[in-house]
Structures are given as C-alpha cells and as structure tokens.
Design a protein around this ligand. Structure first.
Ligand code: COA
Length: 540
C-alpha cells in the first residue's frame, strides 16, 4: 500500500494556531473528565463516607480486577454531563472494557458516591448500551453492584419502557443463554429490581458486611409485615451464601472478592485477546508515518475552514498507508483500504458535501467490503448530501438511499468516528448511531445536528415568513427567532450535549483514535465471523 504524502507544513503559523486552539479543547475535555471522576456538589461528603466504610472507589475496583498494566477502555465517561443539576457525574455508573487473564470483559460498575449508585435515565441508558456492546462483541459481563436501584423520583423514565430497567434484565438473561458469562460481585445495595442483577448472574460473589441483596429492604419489611430486621440478617452475604443460596461465594473484603472473581473468570473458557486465530486479516502493526498528535494542527481552528480527509487518515492508519478506491471519481467521499493495528479495514471519510457520484462510489465500496468480509471505518465530516435542482435531477435522493441501505445491511463490523460535522442524512449514510456501528466515538471539535446553526436560522425564518403568520412577523421578531434558533442549534449540536445523552460511546482525544479503534477491532477479531446478509433492492 502506498504511503499518503502529507501536504501539511507542521512548522507553519496556521498549524501552530490550530494546535493552540485544539490544546484548549483538550484541556476542557480533561477537566470535564476529571469532574466526572471526582466532581459534583456534595460529592466530597459521599466519597468520605464511602471510604470510611472501608469501601473502594469505583474505578479503583475495576483496577483491582483487570490485569496489571492492561488498558481499560472507559465508555461514555461524560454521560449525564450538564443534566440533573450537575449532581450526577458520569451518571453514577462506570462502563468499559478491560482484560482479565487476557480475556476482554465488559464492566458495569455502580458508583455509590453518586445518588447512592441509583439509576437515573442516563445511567440506565449507559448500563443497557454497555450490555448491547457486550452482546454484539461477544463479551461476558462483570457487574460490580453497589446501587440504590431505580432513581425513584424519575421512575417513569427508568422503569417502564423497553430499554429501561426491565430491558437490562432481559438482556442479561439472553446473554447468559447465548453463553456470554454474567458475573456479579455485590459490594453494597442491590435492592428490589436491583436484586435481579446478581440473581440473574451465572456466579455471584458477596462481600461480608457491605453486600446486601433483598427484594424489599428493612423499612419495607417493617411496613408490610411488622417485622423488624437488621439489613445483614435480611440480605447479607452470610444469609445468601449459607441459607438462601442467592449468592455463591462469600468474601471477607473487596480484595478477596476480586481475587475470587478473577479465579471464576479463568473457568469461563473464553478466547484471549491475543488469540491469533481470526477470520479477520491481520499482520504485524506499524505506527503511522505521520504522528497522530499532528491531528491537532490539521483540524482547522475555524470550523468554516475545511480540512482534508487524507490528512486525517494518514494520522490514524498503519504506516499512513492507504490503497485508495476510485481516487479520481466522487472525490468528496474518500474510500480505500488501510490497516489499524494490523487489522485490514475499509475506510470511508468525507471531504465535505456528498454528491451523487460520491454516494454511488461509497455504496460500491461498502458492497466490496461486505463481499470481502472487511470491517468498515467511517470518519464523518460532512454537511450532508448535495441539494439543488441539478443534484435532485441526477437522483441524489435515490443515490443517497443506496448508500444508506448498503450501510444498514452491511453485516461486517462497523465503527464510526465523528471527526468534524455530522449533519443531515450524511449522518445516516456515514453510519450514525441509528445504523448500529459497534462503537461510535466523537472528537471534541465535532458537531451533530440536522443542519448547521447558520443554515437552520435561514430555514426557520423562511418557513415562518412563508407560513400563515408570515404577514404579521416584524423585523424584531425575525431577529429574535434567528437568535433563538442559533442558540438552540449551537447548544444541541455540541459534542458534550450529545455525549451526555449517550448519542455516542464517548468523546476521545484525536491522538488516541488509532489505539481505541485497534482495541475495538481486536474484539471483532476473536469472534466468529458474522453471517453475511441477504441481497437488497437498489432503486436504480
Ligand atoms: N432513588 C433516589 N435516590 C436514591 C435512591 C433511589 N433508589 N437510592 C439512594 N438514593 C439517594 C439518597 O436519597 C441519597 O441522596 P442525597 O445524598 O441527596 O440525600 C443518596 O442517594 C445516598 O443514599 P444514602 O441512603 O444516604 O446512602 P447509603 O450508602 O447509606 O445507602 C442504599 C445506599 C442504596 C443502600 C440506600 O440509599 C437505599 O436503600 N436506597 C433505596 C433502595 C430501594 O429501595 N430501591 C428501590 C429501587 S426499585
């Protein structure tokens, strides 16, 4: 494969300006990540109390379970950001992928220092999303349970619907039936519905003195039956391991519990991440010829100035090597083959608006990858499909639909990174959240919306003027409408607004993109090959 020749002068003033602007964005990302880890009002007191009880902080718990020195890919760290009066850093739950004896596992761990580890709407979405990732990537799940269950003041938003609390138990039971081990360590509350997390697990460890499982806690038992009972006598580790059999192993403390958990993991007969037998083509990895940190200077500080897709690809893929498909046709979608950490992938990257030819080329390329069983990597940076008389007459709606249909039906693993704008149907054709990429990550400079704030102002003002209220609309009202729309679109297209609502799996530092994708691809590599799908009808 030929190496991409960069046209960027990394010593130029423009590059330095871009780097400085990006450094500020990364600083903001790091501060907000840190806030998710230890911030939030009243949190200090909760953390103190948690530690006084001899309990370990949630991320340290995960560290105690995973292999020494191995990476942990934390997902959606900023879920809940800017919501719930800023009282729910990380939405009170930590999810991510870590290695135990070299085998990848999905961790779902409650953070009892945030609202008692109870599940807010963003928390349940994060819990269920982690389970969906586990199911699709054939990962067993490890639940570190320390939770007040459903967040009761918002019970209508976490309890009744399909992907709410019930949906998490449905997934747990189905994954177990598919042979994906479900293991729990109970380190705190596991009450009412929450009791089903351990109860539906294949094996359960409980820590004496802190772990409690009951369908109704002592206050409910007193109200319902008049019985007065101590929490440990009702649902402590001793009762459940010696009397009820709800749990399987008792541990004196957290360290002993994690040692037991690691021993259980050894008996689950799962494939290790370094298993070389794979349906995916993989060779020895090679670092990019152009350093990934140069991405900070490639991305324009001014969002109106576009940046080149090849320059992005060159800083993500092995050896910056790229075998480009149809390089001289439909240039606004760059397609080609490359390797990420040795894994062969088909890359689709935008260079602005998607035109008719670009949509057809992308469709052709997706079909090629599907036929050759090569994973797809989408790098989104588009304002959408081309509009206008000529484009419509050339059939942009049906050509865009071919691309969208090809993406929807591709059965090979798909991965998406928002490296810039993700607007309009471009989001669909380039495998946005609705098209089930296995993982979707965003960069701090990305934006996601139906259209840009500038376009939305014009469109909404034009709609008002053409409508029934058009005649009575004053200049002042138009100015107010423009300002309102601009503010709304800017807020709603912000990547932090998106990540708070789990529209992605997390905001990442562009320089980490290659490593994050490498880990995601290595999960697919140790799976069985997904079955190819049926042929589809293309509107010609
Ligand atoms: N819904 C809403 N808030 C909850 C909650 C829930 N299910 N569980 C805990 N919280 C809140 C508490 O109100 C408290 O909030 P505050 O700090 O604003 O006062 C915070 O979480 C910490 O709870 P607290 O009881 O002080 O902590 P604890 O460590 O002593 O006990 C639990 C933790 C989880 C054992 C205990 O809070 C509990 O039993 N919660 C209710 C469990 C339940 O019945 N759930 C039913 C779900 S269907």
């Amino acid at each position: 494969m030929r190496q991409i020749e960069s046209r960027i002068d990394v010593g130029s003033d423009g590059h330095a300006t871009n780097r400085a602007a990006y450094a500020a964005m990364l600083e903001e990302l790091r501060e907000r990540m840190q806030w998710a880890i230890d911030g939030g009002p009243k949190r200090e007191r909760s953390i103190e109390r948690h530690l006084e009880r001899g309990k370990v902080m949630v991320r340290d718990r995960i560290d105690m379970v995973i292999d020494d020195g191995s990476p942990f890919l934390e997902l959606s760290t900023l879920a809940g950001w800017g919501q719930y009066d800023d009282e729910a850093p990380g939405a009170g739950i930590v999810t991510g992928i870590g290695l135990v004896h070299g085998v990848p596992w999905m961790f779902i761990a409650n953070d009892a220092t945030v609202k008692g580890g109870s599940l807010l709407p963003a928390s349940i979405k994060k819990h269920v999303r982690a389970q969906d990732i586990a199911a699709e990537n054939d990962l067993g799940c490890i639940y570190l349970v320390d939770s007040g269950g459903a967040f009761l003041p918002l019970q209508d938003e976490v309890f009744p619907d399909k992907d709410h609390f019930g949906g998490s138990f449905y997934r747990q039971a189905r994954m177990s039936a598919c042979g994906l081990p479900q293991l729990s360590v109970v380190l705190g509350g596991s009450t009412a519905g929450g009791a089903y997390v351990p109860a539906l697990s294949d094996e359960v460890v409980m820590v004496e003195g802190i772990g409690r499982i009951y369908l109704g806690g002592p206050p409910i038992v007193k109200a319902a039956l008049g019985e007065i009972v101590e929490p440990d006598d009702l649902g402590g580790a001793r009762i459940h391991t010696h009397v009820s059999g709800v749990a399987d192993y008792i541990a004196a403390d957290e360290a002993e519990a994690y040692a037991k958990l690691r021993e259980i993991c050894l008996t689950t007969n799962r494939r290790r991440i370094d298993d070389r037998q794979s349906w995916l083509d993989r060779i020895e990895p090679e670092p990019p010829a152009h350093h990934p940190t140069e991405l900070y200077g490639v991305i324009s500080a001014d969002p109106r100035i576009p940046f080149e897709a090849h320059e992005i690809i060159a800083r993500i893929v092995d050896g910056s090597r790229f075998a480009e498909f149809k390089p001289d046709w439909g240039e606004s979608v760059v397609c080609g083959f490359a390797r990420v950490w040795g894994h062969l992938v088909g890359v689709l990257a935008n260079n602005g608006i998607i035109f008719n030819e670009s949509a057809l080329k992308a469709t052709h390329f997706i079909e090629l990858c599907e036929q050759r069983r090569i994973p797809l990597l989408f790098l989104q940076n588009t304002s959408g499909y081309m509009v206008g008389k000529d484009s419509e007459a050339a059939g942009i709606a049906k050509n865009g639909a071919k691309m969208v249909a090809a993406v929807a039906n591709a059965t090979v693993p798909k991965y998406t990174v928002l490296v810039g704008g993700s607007y309009g149907a471009g989001n669909y054709g380039m495998c946005g959240r609705g098209f089930n990429p296995r993982f979707l990550f965003t960069w701090p400079n990305s934006r996601i919306a139906t259209m840009s704030a500038e376009t939305a102002q014009t469109v909404l003002v034009d709609i008002r003027l053409a409508g029934l209220r058009g005649d009575q609309t004053s200049e002042e009202e138009i100015a107010r409408l423009r300002a309102e729309v601009a503010e709304q679109y800017e807020t709603h297209s912000d990547p932090y607004y998106a990540t708070s609502r789990l529209w992605d799996d997390g905001i990442i530092d562009p320089a980490d993109t290659r490593d994050v994708l490498g880990l995601c691809l290595s999960l697919a590599a140790i799976q069985d090959e997904p079955a190819p799908g049926p042929g589809l009808v293309y509107r010609m």
